[in-house]
Every structure is written in C-alpha cells, then in structure tokens.
Design a protein around this ligand. Sequence first.
Ligand code: NAD
Ligand code: IPM
Ligand code: MN
Length: 370
Amino acid sequence: MASYNLLLLPGDGIGPEVMAEVEKLVRWFTKTGIARFETEKDLVGGCAYDAHGVAITDAAMDRAQAADAVLFGAVGGPKWDKVPYEHRPEAGLLRLRKDLGLFANLRPAICYPALADASSLKRELVEGLDIVIVRELTGGVYFGEPKEIVTLENGEKRAVDTQLYTTHEIERIARVAFELAKVRRNKVSSAEKRNVMRTGVLWNEVVTRVHKEEYPDVELEHVLADNCGMQLVRNPKQYDVIVTDNLFGDILSDVAAMLTGSLGMLPSASLGAEDPATGKRKALYEPVHGSAPDIAGKGLANPIAMIGSFAMALRYSFGLVKEADMLEKAIANVLDSGLRTKDIAGPGVNAVGTGEVGDAIVKEMEKLAG
Ligand code: NAD
Ligand code: IPM
Ligand code: MN
C-alpha cells in the first residue's frame, strides 16, 4: 500500500476545528487500506507566535519542505492585531507559499446542486456553476519590494507596496490556466488592469503570446479585473478558467465563494513547479476562508472547504483520482441529505455542527467504498 507523509498545519480560529474533520478522513483512508498517510502536526500563525515568537519556525518550514503535501487550516485573529508586522500570523502562510515556490493557486468554485438556493444570487444564475480561478500566488504586490512605511521630513508617513511581475512569472501561471482549460471547457479569461497598471500591460502581452504560440486551440478572452468582479455576480456561468494576479485572485475568489453558498465551501490547491527528475511538485492545500474569529470555538464552522482541499490533495499530489471523485461525491450526497452547517442552512433548516458534517462525510465514504 502506498504511504504518504502529510504535514498538518491547523493554525488559528476555526483552522483546528475544520482540520479535525480531515483527520477523520485521513484515519479512514488508512484503516481501509486505500492509502496510508503518516501525519505530523506543527504550529503556524498566531499560535506559533505565542509559542515561539514567529509565525512559523524554521523547523516547521523544514518539515513542510520534506512532506509529500501540506494541509493548512487558517491563521490570524484579533488576538494578534498588535504583534510586529513581520510576525503577524498571515506572514507564516506567505512564507510557506514563497519558500515552497507555490506559484499556482487553483480555487474551484462549484455550486453543488443541493445548494443552488444557498447562494445570495438567484438559483438560475448559479445552478450547475463550475469555474476555477487560477491565482498567481508568489508574486505581485504581496511580495514586491519596496514594501514599507517611511516617515517624511514633514512628519507625514508614506506607505509603499510594489506590484511587480516578470515575464517568466506570467508565462508559467498562464500555462497552468491553459492546461487546465484543455481538460475542462477550453476557455481562459485573463483578468488584469492594463488600463491603469504597467503590470497589467505586461500580463496581457505575455498571456496573449503564450496563447498564440502554445495554446491556439483554447479560447482566450481578456477582461479588466473590475469588470470581471461585476461579471461574476451578473452571469458567472460565462466563465470556465479565470487566470489573474495575486491580489485580484484573492478578491475575485472571495466573490466567487458566495456563488457556491458560502466562503466555507471553497477549497484550494497551491502548487509548485513539477520537478523534471521526479515528476513531483511541492503542494499545500488550504481552504480559501480565514480563521473566522466571529464563529471560532463554537463548532459552527463549515468543514467542506477544508475537506474539499484534502480531495484536491488526493487528486493532485497522490494521483488518487477515483478517491478524490468519491470524496467529492460524498460531500454532494451529504448536502443532498439536507445536513448543513449554519452558513449554508437557509431559513427553516436545522443547522448541525462541524463534527456532524465530518462524521456524515466519513459514513458516506464507507457507503460509496461498498
Ligand atoms: P474569514 O474568511 O475568516 O471570515 C469571513 C466571514 O466568513 C466570517 O463571517 C466567517 O464567519 C465566515 N466564514 C469563513 N469561513 C467559514 C466556514 N468555514 N464556515 C462558516 N463560515 C465561515 O475572513 P476575515 O474575517 O476577513 O478574516 C479573519 C482572519 O483570518 C484575519 O486575520 C485574516 O487575515 C485571516 N485570513 C486567513 C486566511 C488563511 O489563513 N488562509 C484567509 C483569509 C483570512
Ligand atoms: C487567502 C488569504 C491570504 C491572502 C492572507 C491570509 C495572507 O486571504 O488565502 O485568500 O491574502 O492570500
Ligand atoms: Mn483571501
């Protein structure tokens, strides 16, 4: 039986609550003999700062580098509002993405049939929705230098963030989007702001060239990022794959989350480049949502984004495609049965807790595995 090394980084707030539900599935897989997962756990975010004074330790980074895949919960919360900027909880996640070279973040937004009425949009706009946002994750304004606040001679302060992209960074994320489109509905929408930003001009130019030279059979359209936000709530089903930069991808994916019913539904995979020698890539799987301080500690969090991220790990890191399909089917069946956390329950539906949804998904896996 294949054996894989998983590093679990539950983090803060609802992170540990949703990770506990994935751990049930990890145990189930090992018990059934489908795949053996050896797990290690470490701290990231505010809890790491409390224990070690940094958002992630070098030792935890070494474990992340060595793991076959990393599963990440969520970080942050009001408790750490005052910690030095370089040690804020979110810095742990950014270091993981940067140091592991996880430049490609796939954020699928699927409207499960049972949830067509849970979205804030009308049923007909979201029913059958299946889109993916391909977000560039290690460049742009998140990492560009200078990034600072300086005090001027007149006592005023000036804050600077730098939006920066190179040809190579745009080429490789464009290829990820085109490759994905080829096995989906063959359409890529590239979102930037070439009307205002030089990075947008270069982004548009490079995506156009990669398309012409390498993927002429895939349909490509360019859309200004602000218009893309509007189109996502006007008529989201016009899209298949949206490729965009780090900041626009962050914002557009939170918008896309509501098309599926809740931010608690959106999984993601953060992938590095394939090592030509081994065919392997570094990978971290993280729900799109944060630590949800408003509901943390109450057992109310929707675990589906985290469980869906584990399904993406099965698919992209371990080649367990049948098992990933099965897990997504188990999620759909549980939703069909009417079991819901509060965020997707809707009026008149009795919501259940995080653990009940996780248990029901494990039970459904048992049924599906026969
Ligand atoms: P958030 O995603 O934590 O929460 C936004 C809203 O969505 C809240 O009302 C929350 O209750 C709800 N929500 C989120 N996930 C949910 C789930 N699984 N089930 C049910 N409801 C859910 O965003 P925020 O409140 O803006 O940020 C809180 C903290 O989380 C901040 O410190 C932020 O930096 C951090 N954050 C971390 C990550 C991450 O670790 N990947 C992502 C986003 C935000
Ligand atoms: C996300 C989050 C992160 C981001 C934060 C926590 C650094 O919002 O993964 O969407 O901005 O990328
Ligand atoms: Mn975000």
